[in-house]
Design a protein around this ligand. Structure first.
Ligand SMILES: C[S@@+](CC[C@H](N)C(=O)[O-])C[C@H]1O[C@@H](n2cnc3c(N)ncnc32)[C@H](O)[C@@H]1O
Length: 376
């Protein structure tokens, strides 16, 4: 095993010098992403000292996700990302982060196409997407369980333009929405996007896509704009106030303490910053909240499903103003379904076979609201 170090990285932060870079060529994607993340936080710390607290914890956060005692599959996932074909000039890469399907056009050989397809199948289940890599009849279409583009269409028209904004996407899954936030339309894309999510699988799915996006995602300072930190919201310094927009989509109902979640989201926002909250809701007035006795739509980690009125009240109580509900939508079995890339059960299996308005447990079928609010 040859041990090489990334000089700039370790020179800027000696804490990183303990990380052995096993093989500079094959480790390129993740080590590059880590370095770009470090440099972005370092740059931020010049104006916002709180970013030093993020920097201090970064080595531990990044080491934890590689620790096979915590995540038994981590070495296998890492090996998938390491073995993806290296993209060079001959591939004529172009990237569209503004399409329903995150699109990476590359002219690759039949063997690179097949190799990638086989490798990415090892990162199943792919839940959030879709993604498209390749060209013409050698296009790899990752048809994910969710049409995450449909959610983005329900959200995008109502949020403040992300241009020049720093964005945090809490519970960002595979990073699909994070890429859409970064966009590559200069008039609309965020300055910086930081995705956080504690899932080891989703982190590596992001890194696989990052591998193909490569350095097409740079800002005017030459730094990548889209980053991923594999931690839960609770791990972040509490009152960072670093972000102009914070997204929390599909996370609140998984939290045992919804007010703690709202309060932590608020702590990440600058004064006047925008929260985009998407969550499961039920019909009812401001006194209505469903707490499933056991499972909800077969999920065993669902706690609070408020009505839109109750959710508005929660947001106001948590210190948000100008709270509005911009969309309510009942999830369809076209939006969430089993595919070749997610071959477990999906929504059709979670609904009452005799009444699609109910879950198998007899609760109202999944209905989701998009709320937008400002930090006072
Ligand atoms: C239903 S998925 C939503 C993914 C994506 N945001 C979307 O809307 O499609 C919920 C995600 O939240 C993540 N998550 C759960 N608890 C979290 C926490 N405390 N902090 C950050 N992410 C969390 C999960 O790992 C999962 O990827």
């Amino acid at each position: 095993m040859s041990i090489k170090r990334v000089n700039l990285f370790t020179r800027l932060n000696p804490v990183f010098s303990y990380i052995p870079i096993i093989n500079i060529k094959t480790m390129k994607t993740i080590s590059t992403a880590e370095r770009e993340l470090y440099l972005t936080l370092h740059q931020l710390s010049q104006c916002y000292p709180i970013a030093n607290e993020w920097l201090a914890q970064l080595p531990r956060w990044l080491a934890n996700i590689k620790d096979k005692n915590r995540y038994a599959h981590a070495p296998a996932y890492l090996s998938v990302v390491e073995r993806l074909p290296i993209i060079e000039d001959r591939h004529n890469r172009s990237v569209d982060l503004n399409a329903d399907s995150i699109t990476i056009n590359i002219d690759w050989t039949e063997s690179e196409f097949k190799q990638t397809q086989a490798l990415l199948k090892n990162l199943m289940p792919w839940r959030k997407g879709p993604f498209q890599i390749g060209n013409q009849d050698r296009t790899l279409y990752i048809d994910t369980e969710w049409h995450s583009d449909w959610k983005w269409r329900r959200v995008w028209p109502y949020i403040s333009n992300l241009q020049n904004r720093r964005v945090l996407d809490v519970g960002g899954g595979s990073g699909y929405h994070g890429w859409r936030m970064a966009n590559n339309n200069e008039q609309q894309g965020a300055k910086t996007v930081i995705i956080i999510d504690p899932s080891c699988l989703f982190y590596h799915q992001f890194m696989a896509i990052r591998h193909f996006v490569g350095d097409t995602d740079k800002n005017e300072a030459g730094l990548c704009r889209t980053h991923y930190i594999p931690v839960p919201l609770e791990a972040l310094p509490v009152h960072s106030q670093l972000f102009d927009t914070v997204f929390s989509m599909g996370v609140l109902y998984h939290r045992m303490s919804p007010f703690e979640h709202l309060s932590l989201l608020r702590g990440q926002l600058v004064k006047g910053g925008e929260l985009v909250l998407e969550t499961l809701v039920v019909e009812g007035d401001e006194t209505t909240v469903l707490v499933p006795q056991q499972r909800y739509a077969k999920m065993n980690n669902v706690y609070f499903l408020p009505s839109v009125s109750a959710l508005k009240l929660w947001l106001e109580k948590a210190g948000f103003v100008e709270v509005r509900c911009v969309d309510i939508d009942t999830t369809s079995t076209e939006e969430q379904r089993a595919t070749e890339w997610m071959d477990y059960q999906s929504l059709a299996d979670f609904l009452d076979p005799n009444d699609a308005n109910k879950t198998v447990e007899g609760y109202p079928a999944p209905m989701r609201a998009v709320m937008i609010a400002k930090k006072a």
